[in-house]
Design a protein around this ligand. Structure first.
Ligand SMILES: Cc1cc2nc3c(=O)[nH]c(=O)nc-3n(C[C@H](O)[C@H](O)[C@H](O)COP(=O)(O)OP(=O)(O)OC[C@H]3O[C@@H](n4cnc5c(N)ncnc54)[C@H](O)[C@@H]3O)c2cc1C
Length: 451
């Protein structure tokens, strides 16, 4: 049997919930929104499913409201729900997940004079474009859902280890954790063993915090190409400084100006924060060649300054570095072999015998998730979507409407969140996604009221 809905929102993380809630504000009361995704994670996604209090938000509470037009919504929710914490505090992500989920459940209850929201506990496996331009989705529970408009909010996925299978000895495979979010991998780590993290970003920091909370005593090694760690937030945010760079300027010239400004401001964070509101527009003025140069030469440095650690987490990491319990290595991983006492890991062709009980993939987001997602791969094979030229998710237009393989904009199919980094670049964190959710809901709402 085919079920019908007006808008199908596919995903179960922040992007899907933010879009669904915004849609309820703009669609006619007769409309039906279906939120398709695993219900047990609804609103939490990868980022906010953690149950551990040591996993803190990396953005202060005052900037984490779900709604672009109600900036104090999260801070008010904290107070109303008995959580100590103000606008400058970095709250546990677990609590933020509860907030998003609470907002979702409140919206499910409030239906009078508003569009209706339904949860569909299933994965979207594939889709086809019907003759009347609706999208017909095939769901994992066997249902077929036909929708007039749809939004892909399926997230970025986990990046694969930067190693071919041939470079990983079969005997070593069982020591390798490919997705650190999928399982409680640390439960299989022998008590006295050391561990090796591949990647030195926020995913690695989270895994360190997890092990420390569990009383881990061994050594944590972490390796990445540049060996860069995320920088720390200041306990008190410096006043943002407006960047003095001209749109369309050469990348090297831009960076030189920013360096001078950072020196003058006394703290580079002021310049980085000043860039936030204009990063998307700068990215849009860059040519594909400039973007590729940025990704190759600047992105690793950009990321550690832009995506920072909460002050309390930074303090703990600093003390682990000082004590030698966390050791950062710089190098390109070239092979993992099974050694006599654990794993032998090769960086840049040099063999370092690390007695690591496990190797954990902490390389972060996979932005080219078109191939990694069964749904997106199906849509791409049918020409309904295409990849961004730099491999940063899907090709979308200014309104986040998806481009088909022939380059035509589909005004009834949208993508949100990290999936749209190719167009917007700065579209990973809540403050950016909630703006996107608001503007996409406005565009979809206008199409419904135009009929
Ligand atoms: C560990 C971590 C910590 C972060 N901390 C912060 C922070 O402190 N502050 C901040 O502003 N940002 C933070 N971010 C970034 C940000 O909040 C995320 O980028 C954002 O939550 C992305 O949400 P999303 O819904 O697009 O994707 P995801 O959270 O990845 O959710 C996508 C969901 O869609 C579901 N899905 C996938 N395919 C299908 C399908 N075919 N059918 C149905 N469902 C499907 C998946 O089950 C998944 O749960 C963090 C990100 C991570 C990973």
């Amino acid at each position: 049997m085919v079920r019908h809905t007006d808008v199908a929102v596919i995903g179960s993380g922040f992007s899907a919930v933010a879009l669904s809630l915004n849609l309820l504000d703009v669609l006619p009361p007769t409309a039906q929104v279906s939120l398709v995704g695993p219900t047990e994670r609804q609103g939490r996604g990868v980022a906010y499913s953690t149950r551990l209090d040591c996993h803190l938000l990396n953005v202060p509470a005052g900037r984490m409201s779900l709604y672009a037009d109600r900036p104090d919504h999260f801070v008010r929710w904290l107070a109303e729900n008995g959580h100590a914490g103000g606008g400058d505090d970095f709250m546990p992500r677990r609590i933020y997940g509860r907030y998003v989920s609470d907002c979702l459940h409140a919206a499910l209850r409030r239906t009078a004079n508003r569009a209706a929201l339904t949860l569909v506990d299933a994965e979207a496996l594939g889709a086809e474009a019907a003759d009347d331009d609706s999208l017909v989705l095939k769901l994992s529970d066997g249902q077929i859902l036909s929708s007039r408009a749809a939004a892909l909010c399926t997230g970025a996925g986990v990046a694969r280890l930067p190693l071919s299978v041939d470079a990983m000895a079969e005997e070593a495979q069982r020591f390798i954790v490919h997705d650190p979010w999928a399982d409680a991998w640390w439960e299989c780590l022998p008590e006295s063993a050391d561990v090796l993290f591949i990647g030195t970003g926020l995913t690695m920091i989270d895994q360190c915090m997890t092990l420390m909370q569990r009383g881990f005593r061994g050594t944590m090694h972490a390796v990445s190409r540049h060996g860069l760690l995320p920088r720390a937030h200041l306990a008190r945010r410096a006043e943002p400084v407006e960047p003095q760079i001209a749109a369309g300027a050469d990348l090297s010239a831009m960076l030189a100006v920013l360096r001078v400004q950072a020196e003058a401001a006394g703290d580079w964070r002021a310049v980085m924060d000043g860039l936030r509101p204009v990063t998307q527009s700068f990215w849009k003025t860059m040519s594909e060649t400039q973007r590729a140069r940025f990704l190759r030469h600047v992105a690793a440095f950009w990321n550690v300054h832009r995506h920072r650690m909460a002050p309390a987490v930074a303090l703990e990491i600093e003390s682990l570095l000082q004590s030698g319990q966390l050791v950062i290595h710089r190098g390109r991983l070239s092979a993992i072999r099974a050694g006599q006492s654990g794993l032998a890991v090769e960086f840049d062709g040099r063999t370092e015998a690390l007695a690591a009980g496990m190797v954990v993939n902490c390389t972060g987001f996979d932005r080219c998730s078109v191939a990694a997602s069964r749904l997106l791969a199906d849509l791409a094979a049918k020409g309904i979507v295409k990849s961004d030229p730099n491999g940063l998710g899907l090709a979308v237009d200014e309104n986040s409407a998806v481009l088909a393989a022939d380059g035509r904009v589909n005004p009834d199919l949208y993508a949100l969140g990290p999936l749209t980094a190719g167009r917007h670049w700065e579209i990973t964190a809540v403050p950016d996604i909630r703006n996107q959710a608001r503007s996409v809901s406005g565009v979809i709402g206008a199409r419904f009221s135009a009929v």
